[in-house]
Design a protein around this ligand. Structure first.
Ligand code: GRF
Length: 191
């Protein structure tokens, strides 16, 4: 089983995956970020598929095809998104259908998208959380594999709440990826 992790940020979720001894053999980043150092320190190959266009003219299809080429060239079986800031296009979902996992810092289907933590705070919810799910072409949809609630505390900021959520993600994501690996190895459906 060869896993590729896709990351754009501080890479703490990536660190948790690596720390759990999951077979991460490739890290792909879409920008310069700490995840590169995390992977390098762990001796894991990094592909820097740097995205130079964050405007609506971004050629998502070309980027997605480049990503598939990088993954297939390294015989990747399972793709785990670990805070990846680029929505991948149909080419990736066709090549890795039901083989892409994601962790999201909210209790889906609430608060989809990149600003989930801000949205939860703005909505005034008392409880939010995190969701591990199979990634599909529709952003933050797809079969839910694990969820855990996290309380919103008085005085929480986006940063403090996100950190509390990420602490839980660092537990449930590696555990869920491990379960999926076993299910795939046994020819069972992912659940
Ligand atoms: C996590 O909250 C993840 O759910 C979200 O981005 C964050 C990544 O955190 N998509 P880090 O960069 O791994 O610390």
């Amino acid at each position: 089983m060869r896993i590729a992790a896709l990351a754009s940020g501080t890479g703490t979720i990536l660190e948790a995956l690596i720390g759990a001894d999951l077979p991460v053999s490739l890290v792909v980043v879409d920008r310069k970020c700490r995840a590169i150092e995390v992977a390098t320190k762990a001796g894991i190959e990094v592909v820097e598929l740097i995205r130079d266009d964050f405007t609506p003219t971004f050629d998502r299809d070309a980027y997605s095809k480049d990503l598939v080429r990088a993954l297939e060239a390294r015989d990747i079986d399972l793709v785990v998104m670990a805070g990846f800031g680029t929505i991948v296009g149909p080419a990736v979902h066709e090549a890795y259908r039901d083989r892409i996992l994601n962790t999201h810092p909210a209790l889906l289907p609430a608060f989809k998208g990149w600003h989930a933590v801000e949205q939860a705070l703005a909505a005034g919810v008392k409880v939010t959380g995190c969701t591990v799910h199979v990634a599909s072409l529709e952003v933050d949809e797809g079969h839910i594999l694990a969820q855990e609630a996290v309380p919103v505390l008085p005085g929480d900021t986006t940063t403090s709440l996100h950190e509390r959520i990420k602490a839980v993600e660092r537990q449930i994501y590696p555990a869920t990826v491990r379960r999926v690996i076993t299910q795939l190895a046994n020819g069972e459906p992912i659940s």
